[in-house]
Write a protein that binds this ligand. Structure first.
Ligand code: PLP
Length: 405
């Protein structure tokens, strides 16, 4: 059985440094590997484990990438990104979030995905012993980076009874003078929960009381929203000097494999992230940045259409999950994950996840892969056709009653 919950790697070689032993791993990729291995021996596997849109990248973006290679945009780029791309990102971020105080190119650092920019930002911000507060269940990279840096991850549990939105009293209780970073992620991976404007305003009030911490707002799912409109923490403009927005192209534009993301940070923090870029990935491939420019300046319809399809899938999946015996699932307001409660079946969500993969050919993740607060849940990425979702539900209906711990 694959058990990957925030697991650390035991150094298997005498020469490995100790820091790597503190690194957790993102379970999605581990389970994806196992699911692919089963497929390779002829098993019919449904992939709900990995968080990537199943759509093809929109044609105008692909065309721009190809044209850029032909036009020889194949050389190094400046560490923080091409100036015209950074200007475009700053403009898009300002418009999309409806901000009165604009972002500028000096705020933008481009990276090969949101993940490395999160890593580099935490590297720039956290000293050993600093506390990093975040809502859990959470994207595993946050805690992995903090552990690696010998900072202290401080999770605040998200509760289903509150629609997986953060309890401000619990959050306040976890913030101390040692808190250096507060990470929020709305819409959330893995719960699909969305923070309201009031939630964000309360977090902003807390930030005013504790001037030492920086807010990293991971808005990678900002285009995957099913409610009224996306609310960004960046709207609290009086906190702009302590706010870092993380976003990217993977989820909105179905560009996961292109590896393209960015942050918008106060200039001094952007410069530190640029220094880390200089020392790690150096820069993002120039033709990929050109494709990103086409994504931001081209037609927005593909993004809206993909999101509308996700909404229909969400409705089919969540209704189907709620019909399964001993399973209940809230309707998520964002991202493309369902987070059903399976605690009436077992507390060992990862074992159940493995069972569903091995026995029913349905690859998904145990909620505890996203931290202890995720125990008793499964995470299902519904980036699949409605027919596939219905087939998975059928398989689960057969397999779940046969499960025993
Ligand atoms: C919450 C969250 N942040 C960041 C990322 C990183 O996305 P990427 O590195 O593909 O831009 C992901 C990907 O799954 C995510 O779920």
């Amino acid at each position: 059985m694959i058990r990957v919950a925030m697991a650390t790697i035991t150094p298997e070689h005498d020469h490995l440094g100790s820091a790597v032993s503190r690194l957790g791993s993102e379970a999605a990729f581990t389970v994806f590997g196992r699911a692919r291995a089963l497929q390779a021996i002829g098993r019919d596997i449904i992939h709900f484990e990995i968080g990537e849109p199943d759509f093809d990248t929109p044609p105008h973006i692909k065309a721009a990438g190809k044209a850029a290679i032909d036009a020889n945009f194949t050389h190094y780029a400046p560490n923080p990104g091409l100036m015209e791309f950074r200007e475009l990102i700053a403009d898009y971020a300002t418009r999309f979030r409806g901000l009165r105080v604009p972002f500028f190119a000096e705020n933008v650092v481009v990276a090969p995905g949101a993940k490395p920019i999160i890593w580099n930002l935490l590297t720039a911000l956290l000293d050993p012993g600093d506390e990093m507060v975040y809502a859990e269940p959470a994207y595993p990279t946050y805690a992995a980076a903090a552990e690696y840096l010998r900072a202290v991850p401080v999770p605040v549990p998200l509760r289903e009874s509150r629609k997986f939105s953060i309890d401000l009293d619990e959050l306040t209780a976890k913030v101390t003078p040692r808190t250096k970073v507060l990470i929020i992620n709305s819409p959330s991976n893995p719960t699909g929960g969305v923070l309201t404007r009031d939630d964000l305003a309360a977090i902003a009030d807390l930030a005013e009381k504790f001037p030492r911490f920086v807010v990293i707002t991971d808005e990678i799912y900002s285009r995957n929203i099913y409610g009224e409109r996306f609310e960004s923490f960046a709207q609290f403009e009086h906190l702009r000097d302590r706010t870092i927005v993380v976003d990217g192209f993977s989820k909105a534009y179905a560009m996961t494999g292109w590896r393209l993301g960015y942050c918008l940070a106060p200039p001094a923090i952007a410069r530190a992230a640029t220094l880390l870029a200089n020392n790690t990935y150096a820069c993002v491939s120039t033709f990929i940045q050109k494709a990103g420019m086409a994504a931001l300046s081209g037609p927005d319809e593909p993004v809206v259409e993909m999101n509308e399809i996700f909404r229909k899938r969400r409705d089919v999946l969540v209704a189907g999950l709620n019909e399964l015996p001993n399973v209940s699932c809230l309707v998520p307001d964002g991202a493309f994950y369902a987070f059903p409660n399976i605690s009436k079946i077992t507390r060992d969500d990862q074992r159940l996840g493995s069972y569903l993969l091995e026995e029913a050919g349905v690859g998904l993740l145990g909620g505890s892969c996203f931290g202890a607060a995720g125990a008793g849940y499964l995470r299902i990425s519904y980036a699949s056709t409605i027919e596939t979702l219905e087939e998975a539900l059928r398989r689960m209906r057969v397999a779940l009653p046969k499960y025993s711990d």
